[in-house]
Design a protein around this ligand. Structure first.
Ligand code: FAD
Length: 224
């Protein structure tokens, strides 16, 4: 397994080269990493029995690999095949004068790779730790870790972060200086943010069970 660091610029290949809306593309690996770190749900696209299947799933990452996991029975996690993983953050609706110019402010990443089933027990546990910590920092140390039976029932796939593309759109509609500006219609951006709520305690717990600090402090913070 190659553990060498990946270059600061994303490589341009036939897979990753943007053909449309190129001005929204970024070749900075730092932008890719920021997009991956701002989310924890991706869409995993894979061909199963000759048909595309795209499933939402939780992910984690290190510098080189993106990890997804699930049941050994999952068809989308069979591994050993090409996959495409996307992560999307919607930052707002772009409301232009014309419907044609409407759009979305967003940050998105597309990762192209082969899904490598992780069989090394050490890497598997570390991948699962990263995945857990990515979604819920502090939970790996707090919750019970997977036992041998649970590990055997879990597939972990690693997708290289080498070949990836990024698109980012920010700012106002594009028709502010076009002929439609004369229409006098309102135009602008309707921002969208996701915010974590306060933790809701499981009613099965004794009432005085404290909410762990790492979860309590997340309430009210922004996601994405
Ligand atoms: C929330 C959201 C809503 C969108 N809505 C629309 C819409 O309604 N209509 C529309 O035309 N476009 C929309 N886009 C942009 C869309 O994702 C594509 O970038 C665009 O349509 C170009 O598609 P294409 O098939 O021509 O891609 P191509 O440019 O041919 O794709 C070539 C390569 O570029 C990369 N790439 C393409 N799109 C993205 C992306 N979004 N992020 C990162 N890498 C990418 C991939 O690696 C891909 O293999 C939206 C994007 C987001 C995030």
């Amino acid at each position: 397994m190659d553990a060498s660091p990946l270059p600061a610029d994303l490589p341009l290949t036939e897979l990753t080269r943007h053909r449309r809306l190129r001005e929204q593309g970024s070749l900075r690996r730092a932008d890719l990493e920021a997009i991956l770190d701002a989310g924890f749900v991706c869409h995993l696209g894979v061909v199963v029995d000759g048909r595309p299947l795209v499933v939402p799933t939780v992910y984690g990452r290190d510098e080189r690999w993106l990890y997804v996991h699930g049941s050994v029975a999952s068809r989308s996690l069979a591994g050993g095949a090409p996959v495409c993983v996307t992560v999307t953050h919607v930052d707002g609706l772009v409301l232009a004068r014309s419907v044609f110019e409407h759009g979305v402010n967003y940050r998105s990443a597309v990762v192209h790779g082969d899904a490598r089933p992780v069989t090394d027990p050490e890497e598997k546990l570390e991948g699962l730790r990263r995945l857990t910590e990515h979604a819920a920092p502090g939970q790996w140390a707090y919750a019970r870790r997977p036992n041998r039976k649970e590990l055997a029932a879990t597939t972990l796939l690693a997708v290289s972060l080498e070949h990836a593309s990024v698109k980012i759109r920010t700012g106002a509609p594009d028709d502010g200086d076009g002929p439609d500006a004369a229409l006098g219609l309102w135009a602008g951006v309707l921002p969208l943010t996701s915010v974590w709520g306060a933790p809701v305690t499981d009613p099965a717990l004794p009432r005085d069970t404290p909410v762990p600090a790492h979860l309590a402090r997340r309430g009210g913070t922004r996601q994405g």
